[in-house]
Design a protein around this ligand. Sequence first.
Ligand code: HEM
Ligand SMILES: *[C@@H]1O[C@H](CO)[C@@H](O)[C@H](O)[C@H]1NC(C)=O
Length: 530
Amino acid sequence: MLGTVIKAIFAFAFISSTYILFGFVYQYYQRSLKFLRGPPRSSFLLGNDYELIHQEEVNIIETKWFNEYGTAFRASICYGEDSLMVADPRALQYVLHTSGYRFPKSIDAQQVTKMMFGRSIVWAEGEVHNRQRKALNPAFSATQLRQFLSLFQRSTARLANKWKEEQLVSSVVNVSQWLPKITLDVIGESAFDYKFGALDGHANELGEIFKHMFADSRLYPQTRIILFRAFRRSLPTPLANFLCRFPTKEETRFREFSDASKKVAKSVFRTAAQEANGQEDSKGSKDVLSVLLRSNSAEDPKKALDEDEVLSQMAAIMLAGHETTASTTAWLLFELTKSPKDQQRVYAEIRDVRARVGVGAELTEGLRLHPIVPNLFRQAASDDSIPLDFPIITESGEEISQIPVSKGQRIVLSIGVYNRLTQVWGDDANEWNPERFMIDSKKKTALGVYANLLTFRYIDNLQFLKVPVWRFAIMELQAILFGLLENFEFSPPPGGLNDIQRVPAGLMIPMKKNNWQEGVQMPLYIKARE
Ligand code: HEM
Ligand SMILES: *[C@@H]1O[C@H](CO)[C@@H](O)[C@H](O)[C@H]1NC(C)=O
């Protein structure tokens, strides 16, 4: 009896490993990009994956390769697979926009976002994504946004007061410690009418987990984790889903986050749902959740979001809506601190037009130089051909401006590299120069939804939210920037800012060279304005 069981197990193991092996061989030949130029494979098993994942600063290695091979090239990744690396504007536009849903998020990116937020819009693709974005649409309306402006301003004023109360003025402040507190409070209140009380120091489970989400002591995955993930993403879906039940250490943290945020979401959700049912519109709460619930209950049940989907959107918005704006603000302050002339100009602008909500050139330039989501991972859903603005030379010396790709082809979209492409932005592409956005120069390309940038990936100018999320983000960034510069002048700390690195940790985070053990930090010296 036992013998039979053991034989069966062996047979199963043999069949499945043969199947997997054939799968890998098939994928190797089927999706070869050998006709493209690219760096030599540096490891048999890992390809170039290890060096790409373990680089000290965002996009350094890709940039070197893009300079060498043009705006698209081939990189080797785990198990002999090829990945298409893209920074070409036309190709980015095609993959993210023109093609609709033909280039969904890569399977491993989806696996991770599902662990973090569940079935949210950040994870969803195709029909599901389409249905979810329609449900979210009324929640971000123009009226909403106007109401949020005063919330953004109030929260920033509270932060400024806090710094004064805690006597942090005339000292070096780690702004990375403070900014996520107000952006978390803001997203809590605007999206869910919920008070996190992060700035007031109210400890909560969620806040604790947020702190460790990205910058844990072990920032970079070990070789075996990289290999495990690459293995998992190549398996047929049921097997892959099964393996996702055995998360890595880092993924366990993602799960904890998802559990904790859904728990918070659930209590907020219950209250909001009661209000939506009971008092109809009498309270008329304008937060995203209430609007979502009201429109959801009016929706055809087939199209409405189920409870778990609503909770997942909330978990996603809690994270996507607060870490992003906080880190972007830190990078903006970093640049304005290094360029006192521009800081002064922004301040003068604020004084002149206190209430005006425009988009400053400095803000735009900061978003260009520091896209906190520097790479997007996609996969071709069918055979396709990707057009290029800047033709490239193949291995055989031919010039091409279309790259044929097979179904399943993995693609990395380098937003960070595109945002600094000399072909698009000129010779000073790598430097801070807000003036480039002051002269109304028509660039060779027009893509993305905002200022020719892909920092906000959203394809929403045509098909996503009525009032896109990026407007929310821009308005919030501007309110924080204005509120802080109105009160304080920022200058470099005694040690200067040259040792601040842009560390790739999912989001791009600031850390001090050779001092990563101190965690995320953006130390700036603040002085009160007279
Ligand atoms: C400076 C601030 C921000 C930046 C740079 C940023 C950037 C991005 C990027 C690059 C993506 C695409 C990820 C992908 O396709 O794989 C994304 C998705 C998303 N972000 Fe943001 N974001 C910011 C602020 C916000 C805020 C404030 C919110 C919410 C209020 C938000 C909510 C979302 C949502 C819901 C998605 C998924 C959209 C979709 O799949 O269609 N983000 N963000
Ligand atoms: C700066 O703040 C972050 C976020 O709270 C914290 O993790 C880090 O340890 C702080 N760094 C320093 C040097 O104080």
